[in-house]
Design a binder for this molecule. Sequence first.
Ligand code: PRP
Length: 521
Amino acid sequence: MEFDLSILKPQELVSLQLRSLYEKAGYRKYHMGRFEEYGLYQENLHFLPSEQVITFTDLDGRLLALKPDVTLSIAKNAQASAEERTKYYYIENVYRPSLESHTFEEISQMGLECMGRVDDAATAEVVRLALESLGRTGRPFLLQLGHMGFVTGLLDAVGAPERCRLELLECIRDKKAHALRQAASREGLSKQGTDALCRLLELSGEGARVVESADALALNSAMSDALEELRSICGALGRDAKGVQVDLAQVGDMDYYNGLVFQGFLDGCPRAVLKGGRYDPLVARFHPGARAIGFALYLNELNRRLPEREEGERMLSVALPKGRLGDQIYHLLASVGYGCGENYSETRKLVVENQSAGIRYFLVKPSDVAIYVEHGAADVGFVGRDILCEHGADVYELLDTGLGRCDMCVAGPEDFEEEPDRALRVATKFVRIAREHYAAQGRDIDVIELNGSIELAPILGLSDVIVDIVETGTTLRENHLKVIERFMPISARFIANRSSYLFKQEAVLRLLTRLSEVIAQ
Ligand code: PRP
């Protein structure tokens, strides 16, 4: 019987091909059950936080987890030792709580793990297989290599205190130079140290070139060793290194990865489809002396890709917030060559473009900008810091435009007085920001979520205070309310989708440069 491969979905076709690729490379299939003892995750919370695990009790009263991950189970059950090499691959569905849908999502993963005696040759083999896995999708791809040793080595070298390292790593991961400078200055880091951290954000591109320019920044042996390893991997890949880049600002989960890290992107897929790296400490917990490296390919992402872009139709799409802020941003962009022939304010059009400038604007609700960009429906966008923090979008934050300045505040009646022995009732549309603000103070609150006219809540006795944006202060004044605390300065940020940043890098960086120049004037 003839088998028609065209009836397969992209993820089915790819997983079929990868099975054969991994088997040929000597990897054995690992199969795990749908459930795992919850204790395994409880003992390894630094690896996978408990909010990522869906639990239930079985008929015998045992607490089980709906498998949230495969690597940890393989690390526990593998016959690994420091002397031998064990190689497994897997195709499994894992389950994680989904904030977006308020239920859980089923993630289809295919990946491999190499454990035990992991030397340079084994590392190069895994990276090569990651590259080939991306290649089998038939789409243009890029594999970005980074090294945790380089990043943590730099944090050591500049004397970054432990208490702020997570924040600095987040700024590095999201390419937020403006926030990195602020955090570094607040923590009293030297000017050279701060400059070195910011320089890290620029160290991405063709492997050999980046490693060479990073040499000047190698301030200790951990950093030099990391560069040496990257140099040797790029060397070992030789001609296969096509599609490989180095991005030294790539930051994996610090408590998990301890060396080489990598991420794979496909043109037209909005986020990383492959993630991997070296995780010796985790496997050594179960098998002392053993090392490990592996990766997972997110098969669902292959089905989620955006419509094919026609050749030559590679315009940069910009999500522009409708309203006063969007108008300000548009005029700024128009002043540096990105204007459109027609005035969008005079029409009801939601898409306007300038083909010769290679730019297309989508006019969207301000609170939706980050969603368009994160999902790759727009390549870049402009969004207030309040919305970014509230939704926690997974995007690069490339520039603080300084436009639309205001503050996130706690406000209340003019005669407001604290009653510390009961939970404070807080009305807001920024639920996450309000919760995090009070959690940092160890204060218990009851949140009342509203969608607008928040100032009414304390006037009508619905809440004690509000957490909201204050710009001129007029709304508060005219309603006999006062600012109790200003805790977060806000302005519009220029953000980019992670995949667009790679595949349309020239256009994104051109826009970023022109914007930075005009804002600096
Ligand atoms: C925002 C905010 C305040 C007001 C503050 O409301 O929620 O109500 O602006 O500005 P001011 O300090 O200059 O008076 P928005 O206009 O977005 O409407 P909303 O009430 O629907 O949130």
